[in-house]
Write a new protein. Sequence first.
Lengths: 116, 645
Amino acid sequence: MPKKILIIDDDPVVVKYLQAVFSDNGYATCTASSSSEGLDVVRQEKPDLITLDLQMPGEWGPRFYRKLRKDKELKDIPVIVVSGIDGDHAIKDAVAFVRKPFDPEKLIGIVKNTIG
Amino acid sequence: MSHRVLLLNIDPPERRRLTPIIETLGCEVTAVGSDEDPAALLGDFGDGMIIAAAGPPEFEAAGIFEACGPETEWILLGSEGGLPSTAALENMAVSAVLPPSPPAALLASVLRSVREKIELRRRLKRGPTVPAPAAPAFSDAHLARERISAVHQVVERLSQLIGDIARDVEGGVKYFNAMPYFIAIHDSRAKVVAANQAYQKMLGGRVGDDSCAVYSGSSAAVKDCPVRRTLETGKPQRSRELVNYRSGARVPVIVHTAAVLDARERTELVLEVSAGTRELNRLRQDIQSSQQRYEQLFDAVPSYLAVLERGYYFTAVNRAFKEEFGDVTGSHFFDFFELREMRCAKSPVQRTFEDGQPHQSELVLAALNGRQYHTLAWTSPIATAAGKVVQVLMILLDVTRIHRLQNNLSELGLMISSISHSIKSVLTGLDAGVYLMESGWEKGDPEQIQEGLEAIKFMADRIRSIVFDVLYYAKERELKPERIDVVGFAHNVVESINKRFLESGVELVCDFDPQLGAFEIDRGVLCPALVNILENALEACLENQSQKPPQVLFRAVQREGQVIFEIRDNGAGMSEEQLGDVFKMFYSTKGSQGTGLGLYIAKKIVSHHGGSISVTASPGEGACFRIALPERSTAIPGGGEACEP
C-alpha cells in the first residue's frame, strides 16, 4: 500500500504539478484547494504527510495548521510547507519549508526522509 | 486732637489690664459691657478705635458693627469662630485681629499704627488751605513745607505711573523707558517747586529755578513761558517750544501745562509735562519701520501664516495664505476649513491657547476651494507682556506633494514585493508545465502532456497581465481620448473576454441600449479596466458553488451626460469589510493568483477619465460594480487625485 500525501494549495496548476511529482515517485495523493477543505480531507483520507501552501483565499495555511495540531488523531501528521511567501516562522515545527519555485527532486528527498 | 478707644464687650478684669496700656499711648478709654446698650454710645463715635472681644451673636444683631462709620477702626480680639459675620465685616474697617488676651507690647504696637492711620486721615481731611484752628501750632511755613513735600511725592508717583503705563504697552517698553518725559510743578511765582528726575537730569532744571529757565527763544522770557501763561489765564496750555538740554542741544518739545487750583479757585500751582518731539518722531518712525519690516517678513514667508484669535477668528494672514485661500481676515477658521484628520484630540491652536506653549501637528485640511491639504502645522503663542495668550500664530507647511510622493514610494515598494511574489508563482507554474510535459512524455500519457501545455499557456497569460499592470502603474501616461461609439466599445470589451466565459461555463448576458451614442475615452486603457472587472465577476461566480446557474450581467445605459456600465454577478459576493478594501492596492481575495493590482488600476483608469466607480455587494448575493464615465472627456492629467481614495 503506497503512502498517501495530501496537497493543499489554491493554485490548480501547482496541485497538478505536485500530484504528478508524487505519483511519479510512487505515492498516492489527495488534494484540497483551501484550508477548510483540507481539514475535511485529512479526516477522511488520513494521509501520511501534508504539503501546505501558506497564502490561500479564505483561511491561510497557519490557521489550518493550528486546527490540525489541536486534533489528537491528526496532530502527528508531518507537514511540509510549500509556499511562495517567506513564512518559515509561521509554522514552527513543520518538517521543512520549501520555497516556490521549488526543485522537485529536493522535495521528493525530503518526503522520502520523512515517510520513506 | 486726642484718640478715643472704646472697649466693647470686654470683661472687667481684662478691661483693667488693658486700660493703662492704652492710656500710656495718650488715648481716652471708654468701656461698654455686653449688658449696656452700645448703640447710643456709638452713634457719633466717628474716627476712634474700638477694641471688641468676639462676642455673642446678639451683639451683632444689635447692629453695632453697622452703627459706626467707615472711619471707625476695629481691633478684634478672639478666634475665628467668634468673628462677626461676612456681611458685617464688609461694612467694617478691621485693622487687626488679636488673640483673646493680647500681650501688652503687641496691643501697643497695633494701637500705634492704627493711631498713625487715623492721624493721616485727619490731616488729609483738613486739607492744605483750611486753617486748622484745633492745631494753631502749625505755622504757614510748616504748611508750605508739607505741601511741597506732598507735591514732590505726587510728581514722583506720577512719573512712576507713566512709566508703569508705558511698561504695560506691549512691545514699546524700551522706547517708553527711554522717553524723556519732563514733569515739573511750579508755584504761583513761576518757580520750580518740584521736578522729576528726567527734568533735572536732561534739562538741568532745579527746584527754586525760574520756570522759564529751561526754555530757549522767546519762551525763555519770564512773561512768555507756558507756565506763566497758565498762571495768568488759569487754563491748560499746549504749545510747541524749544528747550535747552544740559548737553547744549536745543530740542523741540510739546509742553502741556495745567493749573492746580486752591480752595478759592485761584491758581496755586502749575503742572508742566513735556516730551521731546524729536524723540516722539523718531519713536513713531521706529515703530513704523519695524512694523513695515515685520509685515514684509510676514508676507515674504513662503509658508501659510495666519494669526488666530481665541474662538478661531483670523486676525491676519500673509500673502501666501491669501493667494491660496483668499483673504479670510475676520472670518472664522471653520468657515473656510474642515479638519479632516488630526493626530491628537485637540488642534495645536487650541493647545497653544490652553498652555501658552508652541505645538506642532500634522493636519489634513479640506479648504473651501475643494482641495485637500496635508499640512504640518506649527503654532506659537502671541502673548501680552503679562503673559496672557491673546492670539496664536499658525504656520502651515503644505506637504501634500511630499505626502503624495511618500504614498507613491510606499506603493512602489509594495508593488515590487507583490510583483516578485507573482513572478515566483508564475515560475512555479512554468516549472509545473514543463514537468507535466516531460513526465507525460516518459509515461506516454498524452493527457498529462496536454495539461502541461495548458499550464504553460496559462502562465503566459499571467505574465501578460502582470506586465500590463506594471506598465500601467509605472508609466504616468497621458490619456489619448477619442470619440467612439459606446455600443461598439462595449462589444470590443466582450470580445476580449468572451472566450474565458465560454470555457468556464459562466453565462455573460449583455444589455446595451442601442441609443447610447458616442463618448470620449482612451480605449487602450479603459478596455482592459472593464475586462478586469468582468474577470473578477467571472471568478466570483466560479468561487460560488451554489445551485444558481452562474451569470454575469453587463449593462450599458446613459444617464445625465454620463455613460454607465454595470457589471453584476450572482457569485460569492463580499462582506462589508471586503467592500471597503476592494479598490486598495494589493488587496486580493484570490490568494497567490491575484496581484492585487487589477481593481486598483481599474479605479485609477476610471478616475483619470473623470469618471467614478462604485460597488455594492453582500456575502452570497453577488456584487455589482457601477462605472460612470462622462460623455465628454474631462480627463485629469496625472490622475489628479489630491488624496488617497
